[in-house]
Design a protein around this ligand. Structure first.
Ligand SMILES: [Fe+2]
Length: 334
């Protein structure tokens, strides 16, 4: 695999702008927990949305191969997320310098060699002390196939299979940090899953842009002293003027200083070759359909000798697809 294109921003924004953005993020909230829901789709019913990444994390213990109980692993990976903007719909006043940052737009053009850039979403991810993000590639999107209608693992399989490249939406993802976190480095594999990881620290007013749908990446653990509080779905994080407060309903479970929080903001943009390509996507002129997707994948599994005879039932097929196509980086020694 050739080295993926990426660009690092240091500094990212003028200092005063970065500072005022951070204050806006504090005012926004509460921040809800982003956890794994089971998929309702007819293929792979009952599998987790990110079955690929979750199973790899449980099997390998993450980048450092650390073993833990499933409950502890859950607490370590149930992080927080809120969206600040969808296209032009700005939900957090003050986020505009990040949403419209010209440096991202220029770099996005270079990443895919495509000139027409359409910012799609800006959202915050928050990890608290002790949390980490399992190595994964992001959920990609294809004309006619996206995470709103199909399971997330299927989108990931489609991308890693390479069979649907003509329909793949090219997306550039930027990640920015606006506080200094203890730990929580961004780990990524620019030379492919078979090569070593590179890391960059989560340091205030820095950032990176890359194709996170193609490049494996994750977040190393945020430093923690003492035991982690229980992390249950439905918990929320609020900034109360002094500290971040972890709440379950009205009850406070933990408080965090800014440096015990890893706060990042992500920016994703579609990258089109020309206006014609953008129109084909918008007007659904060339959409994929589920029957075709599955037929194509099963035909490829047969060619690879992974399916002989009848097509496996949906859940077995789902697990086989993940196993065959999504090849994760190996865990490293701690
Ligand atoms: Fe990601």
């Amino acid at each position: 695999m050739p080295t993926a294109t990426y660009r690092i921003f240091d500094p990212l924004l003028p200092a005063a702008q970065a500072e005022s953005m951070l204050r806006a993020c504090e005012r926004f909230g509460p921040y809800g927990m982003y956890s794994q829901e089971a998929s309702e789709a007819e293929i792979g019913q009952g599998l987790l949305q990110r079955h690929d990444a979750v199973m790899n994390f449980l099997e390998t213990g993450g980048r450092f191969g650390r073993r833990d109980t499933p409950a502890a692993l859950g607490a370590r990976t149930n992080y927080f997320r809120e969206s600040y903007a969808y296209g032009d719909d700005v939900r957090l006043p003050g986020i505009e310098p990040f949403l419209g940052y010209e440096g991202f737009v220029e770099a996005a053009r270079a990443i895919h060699g495509r000139p027409v850039i359409e910012p799609a979403i800006v959202y915050a991810n928050i990890l608290v002390a002790g949390q980490e993000l399992a190595v994964h590639t992001d959920v990609p999107e294809f004309r006619g196939a996206n995470r709103k209608i199909f399971p997330q693992w299927l989108m990931v399989v489609m991308h890693h299979s390479g069979l649907f490249d003509e329909h793949r939406m090219r997306i550039a993802t930027a990640v920015g940090w606006f506080n200094d976190a203890r730990g929580g480095a961004f780990a990524y594999y620019p030379d492919g899953a078979g090569s070593a990881a590179a890391t960059i620290p989560a340091r205030a007013n820095t950032g990176i842009i890359l194709d996170t749908d193609a490049v494996f990446h994750g977040v190393d653990p945020v430093e923690r002293i003492g035991a982690m509080p229980e992390m249950r779905p439905g918990m929320r994080l609020v900034f109360d003027g002094d500290r971040w407060s972890l709440r379950d309903g009205d009850r406070e479970h933990a408080r965090y200083r800014w440096d015990e929080i890893r706060f990042s903001i992500s920016w994703k943009a579609y990258c089109f070759a020309d206006e014609g390509e953008r129109r084909a996507w918008r007007e659904h002129r060339d959409d994929l359909h589920l029957d075709h997707i599955l037929d194509r994948l099963v035909a490829d599994l047969r060619a690879r000798g992974r399916v002989n005879g009848a097509r496996p039932e949906p859940t077995a097929l789902a697990l086989l697809l993940i196993d065959e196509y999504v090849r994760f980086p190996a865990a490293e020694a701690a």
